[in-house]
Each structure stands twice: as structure tokens, then as C-alpha cells.
Write a protein that binds this ligand. Structure first.
Ligand SMILES: CC(C)(COP(=O)(O)OP(=O)(O)OC[C@H]1O[C@@H](n2cnc3c(N)ncnc32)[C@H](O)[C@@H]1OP(=O)(O)O)[C@@H](O)C(=O)NCCC(=O)NCCS
Length: 190
């Protein structure tokens, strides 16, 4: 069981539970072609985004298998909500989880996704006690692949045509990291 009430702080970010006033920022993310390109979601309507925010308000707790923790990513310097990160509890028995991240294009290319997901991996291994955390990404999502390598995640599999979206088949790559690998990683920035 893990519940996040107070924001998690990193050097430049707050990872905090969603609020009602995140609708506009989330809607911007969920309607931009450059964000959605590899996510297999059609652009959201405003009603759909409002519904997602309603759901996110209660997604600050992991209490059972398949629960997802979804936190808004806020820039400390500006207070701007620039994205979201998520941690799904894939298996209680086998202590497995999966992470993901979405950042606004204006906030990309500064190491902020790596910073946010690092905090999530600390949470996954140190507070939830997971043994292995995975991440999956479209095989053409170069920025995501670079970020996963930067986090020290290992590419374990190339899943051929595992997603059918918008009339086409898509390949995904599966990355993973073990608790012991995360604990013994090289210091960030190297
Ligand atoms: C995937 C995604 C979150 C990665 O974001 P990102 O900002 O590129 O990732 P990082 O935080 O690792 O930033 C690394 C980049 O910042 C640069 N950078 C600048 N300052 C830095 C710093 N202080 N520390 C680290 N990196 C820094 C790095 O050189 C690197 O640039 P490069 O990728 O051109 O080599 C982002 O592309 C995204 O939101 N995409 C749309 C949604 C999506 O597809 N999500 C993934 C679904 S699986």
C-alpha cells in the first residue's frame, strides 16, 4: 500500500496528486499531435479530459494489483503543470511495476522526464518494495528510448506488431530495471 498526499520534490519538479484545475494543461497535452504521436490515443474532447482529471484525483494510491499511481509533474520555478508520470502495480506476488511519462514539448530536452521518472523509481523500489520495473514504448519513439537508456533501463524485448492502432500495426520495445541495478546505478549526469 502506498499513498501520496504530499508532493514528491526533486531538484526542479514537484510530483503531486492531480487537482481540478489541471484540466486545461492536461487537455493541451491530450490534444497535441506531437505528444500523441506514439501513444495510440485519439485527441481527447474536453469532456473526456475532464473525466480523466476526475479519475486522476483518486489515483494517488496503490493498494492492489493493477492500480495505477498517476502524478502531475509541476515545474517548481514556475508552478506550471508540464506533464504526468505513472506507476502501475503489475504484480503484488512478483513485485513488478511499470512506469511511464508524458511531458509538454516545451519542457522536453532538459532532463526533466529523467528527473521525474527517477523519483518514481525511488518510490517503486524503496517505498513499494518492487523487485523489477518495466517500461514499454513504441519502437520509433526515439526520445523515449533515449530517456529509458539514460535511466539505466535495459532493453529486454522487441515486441513485433503488438499494437493495432489507426489501421496499422506498431512494434513496441520492452525495457526493465531490477531493484539491485537501480541501487547500484552510476550517479546521474554522467
Ligand atoms: C518520452 C519523453 C517523456 C522524454 O522527454 P525528454 O525531455 O526527451 O527526456 P529527458 O528528461 O531524458 O531529457 C533528455 C534530453 O534533455 C537533454 N538535457 C538538457 N539538460 C539536461 C539535464 N540537465 N539533464 C539531463 N538531460 C538534459 C539531454 O541531452 C537529452 O536530449 P536528447 O534526448 O536530445 O539527447 C517525451 O519525449 C514525451 O513526453 N513524449 C511524448 C509522450 C510519450 O511518447 N511518452 C512516452 C510514452 S512510452
Amino acid at each position: 500500500m502506498l499513498r501520496i498526499d504530499a508532493p514528491l520534490e526533486t531538484d526542479r519538479l514537484l510530483l503531486r496528486p492531480f487537482r481540478h484545475d489541471d484540466v486545461d494543461a492536461l487537455h493541451d497535452l491530450r490534444t497535441r499531435a506531437d505528444v500523441l504521436r506514439y501513444l495510440y490515443w485519439p485527441p481527447a474532447t474536453i469532456a473526456q479530459t475532464r473525466h480523466v482529471v476526475e479519475q486522476r484525483l483518486n489515483m494517488n494510491t496503490l493498494s492492489r494489483e493493477n492500480d495505477s499511481l498517476v502524478l502531475a509533474v509541476e515545474q517548481r520555478a514556475t508552478g506550471r503543470m508540464i506533464g504526468e508520470v505513472d506507476l502501475r502495480w503489475l504484480s503484488v506476488e512478483h513485485r513488478q511495476g511499470e512506469v511511464g511519462a508524458i511531458l509538454h514539448p516545451e519542457a522536453q530536452g532538459r532532463g526533466l522526464a529523467t528527473e521525474a521518472v527517477s523519483a518514481l523509481l525511488d518510490l517503486a523500489f524503496d517505498r513499494l518494495g518492487l523487485h523489477r520495473v518495466t517500461a514499454q514504448t513504441n519502437a520509433h519513439n526515439a526520445a523515449s528510448i533515449r530517456a529509458l537508456h539514460r535511466l539505466g533501463m535495459r532493453r529486454e524485448a522487441h515486441l513485433r506488431q503488438c499494437v493495432h492502432f489507426a489501421g496499422a500495426w506498431h512494434d513496441e520495445l520492452l525495457f526493465a530495471i531490477l531493484a539491485e541495478e537501480w541501487a547500484s546505478r552510476a550517479p546521474a549526469g554522467g
